[in-house]
Design a protein around this ligand. Structure first.
Ligand SMILES: C[S@@+](CC[C@H](N)C(=O)[O-])C[C@H]1O[C@@H](n2cnc3c(N)ncnc32)[C@H](O)[C@@H]1O
Length: 280
């Protein structure tokens, strides 16, 4: 598949239609698929697009440069409060990585193609995975694979990675993981690569900070939509909408893509759209 196909895009636009007038924030603008749909669906409303990947942010800034109502900012969604003059009336967070990043060998996200073991969303800050691995003990590696990849064979995999050090490319990491497991390694590889991507980008740390601050920059009645791809992030969002005094779940609290959508876009298979409303 070429490019990034946005997930449940009509459901997201319909959800935002129910929200009060005002600014909509796309906190993970990526390939711009949802952003374009929001722009088309709400031609008169201001949009703020935030993206942690500098190349993507630059491409979107250029694409929307003639549009006086769309602002594009490079950075993490944790920085949104500092970008706003007024609270927002809607926000979207489509978590994880885009197909554009996954399919680019130079970014090191995919076990299918050879590339440097990087995995950073923001290529201008922090260390690539190859450097992070050098300073990790076997037990810490196993812990990351178990917690962020939810992979039970974490100790064996960690042992193989340590014995293969230095591991500097995606295919070297794939070979080490494959040696550790019997049978078809595809599922294990996805879990291990997911675990390291979460580690490199401190994804759950950023998400936790976002969830803590979110109520401060939304007006009462504002809608928030999250597209989640694994249970760790989905659970954090679920608990916020269900238990926080600042939010309530919508009815239904979540939706999944149609069979038709997952057939056309296999990446949508693990996606869940979770929605909540900021209460007064
Ligand atoms: C699934 S993609 C979004 C795709 C987008 N909705 C579209 O339709 O093209 C997720 C994007 O979030 C970005 N991202 C990940 N963590 C982020 C963070 N903390 N702040 C801002 N963007 C982030 C990634 O770089 C990636 O481009």
């Amino acid at each position: 598949m070429d490019g990034h196909v946005p997930i449940m895009v009509q459901a997201v636009v319909r959800f935002m239609e129910r929200c009060p007038e005002g600014l909509i924030v796309d906190g993970t603008a990526g390939g711009g698929g949802h952003l374009r749909a929001l722009r088309a669906g709400f031609p008169d409303r201001p949009l703020l697009a935030v993206e942690r990947d500098p190349a993507r942010a630059e491409a979107l800034a250029e694409e929307f440069s003639g549009d006086g109502l769309t602002r594009v900012h490079h950075g993490s969604y944790t920085g949104i409060p500092g970008l706003l003059d007024h609270p927002a009336s809607g926000a979207l967070f489509d978590l994880g990585l885009s197909s554009l990043q996954l399919e680019d060998p130079a970014r090191g996200f995919s076990y299918r193609v050879d590339g440097p073991l990087d995995m950073r969303y923001d290529t201008g800050s922090g260390d690539p995975l190859s450097v992070i691995l050098e300073s990790m003990e076997e037990a810490d590696l196993a812990d990351v694979i178990y917690r962020f990849g939810q992979e039970g064979r974490s100790r064996r995999i960690a042992r193989e990675i340590i014995s293969a050090m230095p591991v500097r490319t995606t295919l070297e990491l794939r070979a080490a993981v494959t040696r550790a497991v019997a049978g078809n390694p595809v599922k294990v590889l996805s879990r291990v690569f997911q675990a390291f991507r979460i580690l490199v980008n401190d994804e759950l740390g950023h998400l936790d900070r976002l969830l803590l601050e979110l109520h401060r920059w939304l007006i009462p009645g504002a809608g928030v939509a999250f597209i989640t791809f694994h249970s760790l992030e989905d659970r954090a969002v679920k608990l916020l909408f269900r238990d926080s005094p600042f939010f309530m779940e919508t009815d239904p609290p979540w939706q999944v893509p149609s069979r038709e959508e997952t057939r056309k876009n296999p990446r949508a298979r693990s996606a869940r759209l979770r929605t909540g409303v900021r209460v007064p």
